[in-house]
Design a protein around this ligand. Structure first.
Ligand SMILES: [Zn+2]
Length: 422
């Protein structure tokens, strides 16, 4: 839909103000903690949001013991029967880089050169770091001061959702059906859906946790982990001929048979890989864990069969050696769930196009909360939040991306309000 200059102006100011405020709340999650949330400071941002959601006329606002924030926005008048949709973003930031005392800088009117981050000598964001900068010439770009990450991942998503609520409250011409918001803790440590209350979520959700403008993600890895146990036999090395079965040495030979070209450091985009993450042991026994990743499950099947055939070969090559193998299917490519109902994707594509952007659909080289929700029966593609270089002191976001992502949310809600409930 058309957003007038007046609304755009109000929207942009509102979303920038929120974004700058939210990123200054320290919400780093803690991968070493076993509590929910993993760090108590995530509750601080949750509390602020609860206060603001009340002012924005949301209902059934809950901030639960695990740190999740839920809220419902009733539909525009007359659209009570439109299907409900959920909008999800995460409260925490990655613990790879400090997220404490973020001091944002707005670099006005970007000129196409490297952006210097003042608090660290010689730290700058170059076009090589982020080729998309070329498309941002003339825009205002927000960065940290260089000593912390920025937190666009995922406070851009939160600011965009909250600003959309402000627009719906202030301008009744933006129509929408019933909407549920959910802000989750601990996404960055892989626990974003662990304590989620599925009953609070609609049948269709979208996360706002993607990267640069225009991106829509609905494919992730099909992920397996193989654990291998090599059982050998220790004998005094002076009398070991034809007796010793050196498990750790054999294991190292085993993994030297994994093709080097199929490793994380030699693959990109839709290329899959093996990733040996752990190998330890001695003559008597060795254990190893290897991750197997691909967007295409059949290609993973080939990799699994390759490991099985290596196992058989090694047991023949070293009489007396035993290899035990355990396979764990960690998560599936979310496309396998979304394929049944591509409508959820089509509407998101249309919402992005209506905001004047070109849709890009990169495949995620990892998993997402959306993948886990899709597996739980709630199809959840991932919309862009607008930032780049996540989990880094070089993280940045153009203010224009905050505007566009919010517009996409408004379009998405309007498009869904025209749908029939299933
Ligand atoms: Zn994120």
């Amino acid at each position: 839909m058309n957003v007038s200059a007046e609304v755009q102006d109000f929207l942009l100011k509102n979303v920038i103000e929120r974004f700058l405020r939210y990123i200054q709340v320290w919400t780093t999650s803690d991968s070493n903690s076993s509590t929910h949330p993993s760090s108590l400071n995530q509750l601080d941002l949750g509390k602020i949001l609860v206060g603001e959601l009340k002012e924005l006329d949301l209902e059934n606002i809950v901030h639960d013991e695990f740190g999740y924030v839920y809220a419902d926005l009733p539909s525009s008048k007359g659209l009570e029967n439109a299907p409900s949709i959920g909008l999800i973003a995460h409260l925490d930031t990655s613990d790879a880089v400090s997220g404490k005392d973020v001091k944002p800088i707005i670099h006005k009117n970007y000129k196409g050169v490297s952006i210097k981050l003042p608090n660290v000598d010689d730290l700058e964001i170059t076009l090589k770091d982020a080729p998309e900068l070329e498309e941002y010439i003339g825009l205002d770009i927000i960065t940290s001061s260089g000593d912390t990450l920025l937190g666009a991942d995922d406070k851009a998503g939160i600011a965009e959702i909250m600003t959309a609520c402000k627009i719906w409250q202030k301008y009744s011409e933006f129509k929408h059906g019933p909407i549920t918001l959910c802000f989750t803790p601990d996404e960055e440590i892989g626990k974003g859906t662990e304590k989620i209350n599925k009953n609070r979520l609609p049948k269709v959700c979208y996360t706002l946790d993607g990267g640069k403008m225009g991106e829509l993600e609905y494919e992730c890895f099909d992920a397996w982990m193989a654990t291998l146990k090599f059982i050998g036999l220790s004998v005094h090395p002076g009398h070991a001929k034809n007796k010793m079965i050196n498990a750790i040495h054999i294991a190292s030979r085993f993994f030297s048979n994994i093709p080097e070209s199929e490793s994380p450091e030699h693959t990109e985009e839709r290329e899959g890989f093996f990733h040996l993450i752990d190998l330890k042991g001695d003559e008597e026994g060795a254990t190893a864990r290897i991750l197997i990743r691909d967007h295409d499950s059949e290609k993973n099947e080939r990799r699994i069969n390759y490991i099985k055939s290596l196992k058989d070969t090694f047991e023949v090559r070293y009489p007396g050696l035993k290899i035990e193998m355990d396979l764990l299917h960690q998560y599936k490519n979310m496309l396998s769930y979304l394929e049944k109902d591509t409508h959820v994707i089509e509407i998101a594509k249309k919402a992005i196009e209506e905001s004047g952007l070109q849709v890009e659909t990169p495949a995620i080289r990892g998993g997402t909360d959306g993948a886990r929700l899709s597996e739980m029966g709630i199809p959840t593609p991932n919309l862009f939040g607008g930032g780049s270089l996540f989990h880094s002191r070089k993280e940045f976001i153009p203010t224009f991306a905050l505007l566009k992502a919010t517009e996409v949310i408004l379009n998405l809600a309007q498009l869904w309000s025209l749908e029939k409930k299933k």
